[in-house]
Design a protein around this ligand. Structure first.
Ligand code: SF4
Ligand code: SF4
Length: 142
């Protein structure tokens, strides 16, 4: 069973408009003390925080791929129940975790990359991406 340890990227990267939390900004309840549990409002934390655990915390990837160490948080998204893809949110656009991304792409996953500047793109092997877009096109009725 993994532990977030000093990581707190999912308390920094997401935008939670309903709770006035801007994206890429530490949550107002986030403690600076990296040796302690980081949420100062754990009992009353925001509802999305109660449900969320990143893929690394769920046991995917390697131990050394903890989000704060690679500078990116990964979540899974089900597209029309046709294909699961990995949402990869970068903490810093200049610091792409190339080795990690290559490993995930080589394993046959489709990555939807979210950069800090708001731009997004898909990454994957060309044949996997072709199949993914064809599946989505058929299900979407395009
Ligand atoms: S990004 Fe993952 S490992 Fe880091 S604090 Fe959030 S759930 Fe924990
Ligand atoms: S409420 Fe707590 S768990 Fe939720 S984002 Fe803020 S610091 Fe993190």
């Amino acid at each position: 069973m993994r532990d977030c340890g000093p990581c707190a990227l999912c308390c920094i990267l997401p935008e939670l408009p309903k709770w006035n939390k801007p994206g890429h900004t530490p949550c107002e309840h986030l403690s600076d003390d990296r040796d302690e549990k980081r949420c100062n409002a754990y009992a009353t934390r925001f509802p999305p925080c109660r449900k969320y655990s990143c893929l690394w915390l769920q046991g995917e990837f390697e131990e050394e791929d903890r989000p704060d160490l690679i500078g990116a948080v990964c979540s899974r998204l089900d597209i029309h129940h046709v294909r699961e893809i990995i949402i990869l949110e970068l903490a810093n656009d200049e610091d792409m975790p190339h080795e990690f991304v290559s490993r995930i792409v080589d394993a046959g996953s489709v990555i939807h990359l979210h950069k800090v500047d708001g731009s997004t793109s898909y990454l994957g092997k060309q044949d996997v991406l072709d199949e993914f877009f064809e599946d989505v096109r058929i299900v979407g009725g395009a």
